[in-house]
Write a protein that binds this ligand. Structure first.
Ligand code: SF4
Ligand code: SF4
Length: 78
């Protein structure tokens, strides 16, 4: 199943994703980053499409977030 995942190293806590989410699955912890309630998320992708930094993405839930972050770090280094 696909769900939203946030790369907290790139998130600027702007809250755009939370405003887009039709399920209210995203909350912003004060001054830090967006947190996705995986149980509520339906994987629609609206949050990822609206995220200005590209930190929010839709991932297979079997992919650990640390792998996503490592992959992005490698991409950025290229
Ligand atoms: S994928 Fe859809 S349901 Fe899930 S957090 Fe993003 S906007 Fe909300
Ligand atoms: S839209 Fe992107 S940068 Fe803004 S709070 Fe959501 S995940 Fe973070």
């Amino acid at each position: 199943m696909r769900k939203a995942a946030n790369d907290i190293n790139r998130c600027v806590a702007c809250g755009v994703c939370a405003l887009q989410c039709p399920r209210g699955a995203i909350s912003i912890c004060k001054g830090c980053y967006a947190v996705v309630d995986i149980a509520t998320c339906v994987g629609c992708g609206l949050c990822a499409g609206a995220c200005p930094t590209g930190s929010m993405s839709i991932q297979d839930t079997l992919t650990p977030l640390r792998d996503i972050q490592e992959e992005r770090t490698e991409d950025a280094a290229r």
